[in-house]
Design a protein around this ligand. Sequence first.
Ligand code: ADP
Ligand code: MG
Length: 706
Amino acid sequence: MGIVSARPDTRQTQGADALAPLMGPLAGLKGVRENEAQLIARAAGGPRVLDLLLHLPERYMVRRRVTRPSEAPPEAEVLIAVTIGTHKAGRSAQGRPYVRVRCEAGGEPLTAYMMNWQKAWAEKALPAGATRWFAGTLKAEQDEWVIVNPQVSVRPDGIPAIQPVWPLSGALTLPQVTRAMAAALALLPELPEWNDAPLLRREGWPGFAAAIRAIQAPEAEPGEAPRRRLAYDELLSGQVALGLVRRRSRERPGRALVGHGALRARALDAFGFPPTEAQRLAIAEIDADLAAPRRMLRLLQGDVGSGKTLVALMAMLRVAEAGAQAALMAPTELLARQHLRGFERLCGAAGVPVALLTGSVKGKARRRVLEGLADGSIPLVVGTHALFQEGVAFRDLALAVVDEQHRFGVAQRLMLAEKGEAVDMLVMTATPIPRTLLLTQWGEMAVSRLAGKPPGRQPITTRVVSQDRLPEIVARLGEAIGRDERAYWVVRAISGSERDDSVAAEDRFAELAARFPGQVGLAHGLQDIAVREAALADFAAGRTRILVATTVIEVGVDVPEATIMLIEQAERFGLAALHQLRGRVGRGSRPSSCLLVHSPGLTEGEKRRLMVLRDSEDGFVIAEEDLRARGGGDALGARQAGLPGARLLDPREDPEEYARLVDIAHRDAELLLGKDPGLSGPRGRAARLLLALFGHDISMAPLDAG
Ligand code: ADP
Ligand code: MG
């Protein structure tokens, strides 16, 4: 671990050592076999003892203690002491062997059926005359009480009265996890408290170890407090980590980038339009950041079509004016190439070389780009994450622009933030990110917003129509392309599959191409880039009029002549994705329309979601609605993106509570780091343990080293 190796301070080593047993493998736990450990690791999402301790139950089963079978409530789990009587082997109607064990409890008879047991085992495990504890549900059958395959214990405390029900995997059983959990809990040390005492009091939260015990081996149903405490710990850990990274980058002297404005002026001339008021404001904010001797971390948020690209180019040209280099990173090859096309003309006019670097730029071309970046003769570059791989060296990279950041994971983001000495960072997104999510992903970030759209852009009429009306729609489409309009036709899948009834691009393409020969193109993610590029170029140039596509065109594709966006099985897309797709039209001077074609038999909820889109063109409203209807996690792919805190508290389950805790954690982390930036005081040292517990100790290493 970073903490231990980087600073062999005995106190901290002791601290980190306290965690060593928790970081050990599950297979090392007493009484846990190798194959059990594997199953538990799969269920818990990790192979360490800590992963099991943080594997939270989905619910609890309460076992009532009864003395007589007749006291047992129907269908409920009970715990009952029995005296064993006689054994008899038998076979079920399906031929399965069982042993019938006659017992007696509180003066009433009870018969246990042990399926797949053999008589010899039963006589050994359940000897006649002995007392045993059974857990299970009792059934009354023809004047007798019956229990099938009870869990058996010699002692009353061998079976928990409150049974946590953990998510399982494979053949794993609850008794197995219960046993492993008991062994894991025995290793759980009392850790120094990293949380603020008044906060704990106010929220009524237990300590870390107590919270885990209350959840994993409860004596009473634990309520919400212990779980909240752990969720908060995870959020706080993320906030402290982000705070450390940010502080470190702030401490480094950034550089003041100032330009003369000549390159910009020439590029703007070639663009042909003045920047809008909103663009001018954003550019000014960015200029101030660039000119200040601090690192910039700024989010440029603007709805689809709001003109973010021009703002990014202006920032990059300012860096070129200052004699340094700037890179724009797009999430896909397609988008990188599209940006390049836009940049080439304007940069050409300004006399500034701009290059492309993606995975598919190979051989001589790649070498030329790499050389140009290394010797500084290429000041501007556009590419994918290939830009930040090893072997790519810049002479003087001063600005990284990241486009459509919601496609990148948290790890990639942190890596980027760490990249280079004093690289300013501008992140562009069309997805309005609520403050809560922004905080969990970046910590604190300055935000520029591009409200509205460039002038002359037409509104988009959105209609929700049933698939039944497709023939009619196709006829109208024919008329539209007859008027030289262009249409996107978006479907879910690339090719047909038996398991999935998604409409496939290849099928639709074949049908439409038969109907409108020579006028239909096809673009999807499995095509060769050259093939897809050619399809897009044909569509952009008007050689084809209908482009059948998957969501590869979701972001960035810019064909002003396209006026129709048709999306099939629209109910299966997220609102944010639909909004992005819709943003592909309405880019020219003609009025545009978006047709959300849904499958027959739409549910009320699905219909309501589509109506949100019909009734609003405001990305923020749509994202908020999506958040409300499905929770933040879904709207922004938070889970997939590894949103901090999502493991112990799912933002979808309780977005408001999530937001509240993130807020407290953020302020608390700032307070802690403000007072103790080296994390060397008592609370700081405890916080180091917190970072290690949630895998954020990497954020410490540079702090310790330097
Ligand atoms: P997004 O914010 O979605 O990336 P773009 O940068 O692609 O938006 O801009 C959308 C369209 O608006 C493009 O066709 C672009 O050329 C045009 N545009 C951008 N800024 C202006 C402006 N100031 N005046 C006129 N058109 C503009
Ligand atoms: Mg864009």
